[in-house]
Design a protein around this ligand. Structure first.
Ligand code: ADP
Ligand code: MG
Length: 486
């Protein structure tokens, strides 16, 4: 019928607008490299903030030993454990999306590294994501206090010693020291005005005092930096870290002399860790559709985080919902009325989308079940369910291929996208985040696209490594490195 033809036309048009042929991905990768240069050249020089991790904010007068200390952090993290044989229990708090995690990690010597770890995951009630700063941090501090209270025989701090915490905070922060930084803006569904411009460690510390928890924040870490640090702890060839979770971001090791906006001492290692905040990347080469534009306009942060809104876990399901809504409205895809649930923003989460996308049953019963459970839509035909799987595929494929292009942009910046005179320089990229970890088709597509973009010869030297909880481990490592007891 005409309605079915209209549905297919909407799908087809969407697919065309989402197209990511290799030529386009190369333009995206090039644009990423260009923006990286611009962001490193001057403050505010690009949509990419290219934040120099705390090392850039050494107050004048910091002595060489501090620089050396940071150098140790960046390039020789793995030796750290040696110093912590007896007193190696550290806490980490990981706040990055809808959940936060509290961890305690026993760091061992060089051989044993992470001896033992325990963690707990706590969800954040949605009203706290847009409420007041005190309410959010009180909630986090009390969850942390409860976790601390469960310290057992095997895993506890030495008597009389203050507990120390690495705080992984995965939002854009202007770092002012290793253990302080001001929030530039919220992303990923958070919007709490009174935190912006505040020191987030100060906010957490005050909340810990309010709930009676005696703990010192030894390090404030972005999740990408934590993943990079944690990745390096295990593998010195790690050059970059990428997070694909609720949001997306990347960090990498830059040569200090390639950072024109850096006016401080050159670290001995010559290296500097950069938090790109690539979620805010934007380029005319990005295949933006009307649905993306509307999603952006209706978001808590219009005009910002455009790359993130095309790629990351918070948004993929929502893009699918928006296209389905259009099909329902303009082509009566689900009958002559629009199913009421389909009107609710963010009701279709990316894990649901992923489950439908991976449905291998001949009659697509997972799709049928999800439609019924989430959207209260029943009586769908197999033909309709196939359209929905196709839609999931279009959205996931675009996100995965753009992620690959972003990684190529970083490798290009480092000159590691080519083989130099047969030199076998290995580059490892540490990947983490729920989207990468659980959305198999997304991950596979991203990895295949990377090979497609780099070619077989270069790809042989590029390794994508899942850094399982690198960010939590990284935060504890950084806390250990800045412990008051060491
Ligand atoms: P965060 O990014 O919030 O720190 P995670 O790295 O755990 O936390 O990522 C969580 C995100 O990963 C979820 O918001 C969701 O978008 C995505 N995700 C989790 N599970 C799945 C899944 N099974 N399929 C697809 N995406 C998933
Ligand atoms: Mg995270």
């Amino acid at each position: 019928s005409g309605k079915w033809a209209r549905t297919l036309a909407i799908l087809k048009e969407f697919e065309e607008k989402c197209g990511t042929p290799i030529s386009k991905l190369k333009q995206v990768a090039d644009a990423m490299t260009v923006e990286m240069h611009a962001g490193l050249a001057s403050e505010g020089g690009s949509k990419l903030k290219m934040i120099i991790s705390y090392v850039d904010n050494l107050p004048t007068g910091w002595d060489v030993s501090v620089v050396e200390h940071c150098h140790i952090l960046i390039s020789e993290l793995f030796v750290l454990g040696i110093k912590h044989d007896e007193k190696g229990l550290f806490y980490a708090l990981d706040l990055g999306g809808t959940n936060f995690r509290v961890l305690r990690v026993q760091l061992g010597g060089k051989e044993s590294r992470v001896v033992k770890q325990e963690f707990e995951e706590v969800s954040i009630p949605p009203h706290l994501m847009t409420g007041s700063s005190d309410a959010l941090f009180d909630y986090i501090a009390s969850a942390l206090a409860k976790f601390v209270a469960t310290e057992s025989e095997g895993l506890h701090v030495s008597p009389g010693r203050q507990r120390e915490l690495g705080f992984t905070f995965s939002f854009p922060v202007r770092q002012t020291s290793i253990s302080s930084g001001t929030l530039i803006k919220w992303t990923k569904g958070f919007s709490i005005d009174d935190t912006v411009g505040q020191d987030v460690v100060g906010e957490l510390t005050k909340a810990m005092e309010r709930v009676g928890l005696d703990m010192r924040v030894a390090a404030l870490v972005n999740d990408t930096i934590g993943t990079l640090a944690g990745g390096r702890y295990n593998n010195p060839d790690v050059v970059a870290a990428v997070i694909l979770g609720t949001g997306t971001n990347a960090a990498y090791v830059e040569r200090a002399h390639a950072i024109p906006k850096w006016h401080g001492l050159l670290p001995k290692s010559g290296d500097m860790v950069i938090n790109m905040e690539w979620g805010n990347f934007r380029s005319s080469h990005l295949p933006l559709t009307e649905y993306d534009q509307e999603l952006d306009a209706d978001s808590l942060n219009p005009g910002e985080q455009i790359f993130e809104k095309m790629i990351s876990g918070m948004y993929l399901g929502e893009i699918v919902r928006r296209v389905l809504y259009k099909m329902a409205e303009e082509a009566e895809f689900f009958g002559d009325t629009v199913p009421p649930k389909l009107k609710i923003p963010f009701i279709l989460r990316t894990p649901h989308m992923s489950a439908m996308h991976h449905d291998t049953s001949p009659d697509l019963k997972v799709v049928a079940t999800k439609l019924k459970d989430i959207l209260e839509i029943s009586n769908t035909s197999l033909k309709m369910r196939k359209v929905i799987v196709e839609l999931c595929d279009i959205v996931a494929t675009r996100g995965a291929r753009l992620s690959a292009a972003g990684i190529v942009g970083i490798l290009k910046k480092l000159g590691r996208d080519i083989v130099k005179d047969g030199e076998k320089l290995k580059s490892v990229v540490a990947l983490d985040g729920g989207l990468y970890e659980h959305y198999t088709k997304f991950r596979t597509c991203m990895e295949n696209t990377l090979t497609e973009l780099l070619g077989d010869e270069v790809s042989d030297n590029i390794v994508i490594e899942h850094s399982n909880d690198g960010s939590g481990i990284g935060a504890t490592l950084l806390a250990a490195c800045h412990s008051q007891y060491i």
